[in-house]
Design a protein around this ligand. Structure first.
Ligand code: NAP
Ligand code: ZN
Length: 346
């Protein structure tokens, strides 16, 4: 039995729970989990806000730890290595998306690290637990210094979910890029867009985060609740990455894009956004897009990019039994900027 923390139903707090993990097969890596980041998706899932949660639910998809066993066909990992696991643990491996290394868009559905269909017919359990067994091809190498390990955990979801669209829409020097929301995803978006050489404008609803925004790499901070600050930036941005976890007026941000600009949504709120005015798109040939995490190859590229640029997450390390309080604080945007569970406290 493996110790874990689970939600038994949408309305119950997370509590201790015991799970089983499969014995490592020939292509599997078993990882003793040292730290696990707390993503807003964990909260959406634990509380069934996306209406697809299978209970009991063990969240957690920002996993870092140490390899404790490897199957006989595993060649890229050995016992003692540091390793990471993000949002996926499997995919079909043969559809067009998988063939292009975009497993997150697997046409037969990827297997989520939690709440996914388990090969054994059950439901996958995530990183709020002492260990996990994952197919080698979905395990990532960590090149950061070991003492930074806790702060590396959030890269496995918040890092790749921001890196992937920033790369896809070719963010770089000479571009003015907006990041909306300074939470787990947003603060990684600010750091990564800055490291890619863009001029970064942070949009936040929290006046108290302005100084942090600059420290993290924003060239400008705009308080989105102030119409004058928003109007001053109308038509000025090449690209916007919107990470907000709650419904809000997309219209207000579309107005900030130049001709041919794109806003990508990565936030996945429980309820829909009010529909934007179609003329905001038509009149300047603007695009409204979405993006889902990133593929395994790109996740490794992101981890290596962050190691090279000295990028980790700004974290608050918590005990496992603090998780329910952490969720409440996350809902109040009161986290600087990612909670990470120290699994030694489980
Ligand atoms: P988070 O840490 O809670 O950050 C969300 C931020 O959004 C908050 O810090 C806040 O920033 C802003 N915000 C919250 N409520 C708001 C409101 N009512 N109006 C305006 N701004 C508000 O969450 P996260 O972990 O970064 O996740 C963000 C969203 O992305 C979640 O919905 C999550 O499920 C989703 N997600 C998507 C993917 C994907 O692949 N597409 C992957 C991971 C997560 P300020 O205080 O600066 O305003
Ligand atoms: Zn996540």
């Amino acid at each position: 039995m493996v110790k874990a923390y689970a939600a038994q139903m949408a309305s119950s707090p997370l509590a201790p729970f015991e799970i089983t993990r499969r014995a490592p097969g020939p292509e599997d890596v078993q990882i003793a989990i040292l730290y696990c980041g707390v993503c807003h998706s964990d909260l959406h899932t634990a509380r069934n806000e996306w209406h697809n949660t299978i209970y009991p639910s063990v969240p957690g998809h920002e996993i870092v730890g140490r390899v404790v066993a490897v199957g006989e066909r595993v060649s890229r990992f050995k016992v003692g290595d540091l390793a990471g696991v993000g949002c996926m643990v499997d995919s079909c491996g043969h559809c067009a998306s998988c063939a292009e290394g975009e497993e997150q868009y697997c046409e037969n559905g990827f297997t989520g690290t939690y709440n996914g269909p388990d090969a054994g017919g059950g439901n996958t359990y995530g990183g709020y637990s002492h260990n996990i067994v994952v197919k080698e091809s979905f395990v990532l190498h960590i090149k950061h210094d070991e003492k930074e390990l806790a702060a590396v955990a959030p890269l496995l979801c918040a890092g790749i979910t921001t890196y992937s669209p920033l790369r896809h829409w070719r963010v770089g020097p000479g571009m003015k890029v907006g990041i909306v929301g300074l939470g787990g995803l947003g603060h990684m978006g600010v750091k990564i867009a800055h490291a890619m050489g863009a001029h970064v404008v942070l949009f936040t609803t929290s006046p108290s985060k302005a100084a942090d925004g600059r420290r993290l790499g924003a060239d400008e901070v705009c308080l989105s609740s102030d119409p004058a600050q928003m109007a001053a930036r109308a038509g000025s941005l090449d690209y916007i990455l919107n990470t907000v976890a709650a419904p809000h007026r997309l219209e207000d941000y579309l107005q900030l894009l130049r001709r041919d600009g794109t806003m990508t949504l990565v936030g996945a709120p429980e309820n829909p956004h009010p529909s934007p005015n179609v003329f905001s798109l038509i009149m300047k040939r603007r695009s409204l897009a979405g993006s889902l995490i990133g593929g395994i190859r790109e996740t490794q590229e992101m981890l290596d990019f962050c190691a090279r640029h000295g990028i980790v997450s700004d974290i608050e390390t918590i005990r496992m039994d603090y998780i329910n309080t952490a969720y409440e604080r996350m809902l109040k945007s009161d986290v600087k900027y990612r909670f990470v569970i120290d699994m030694a406290t489980l």
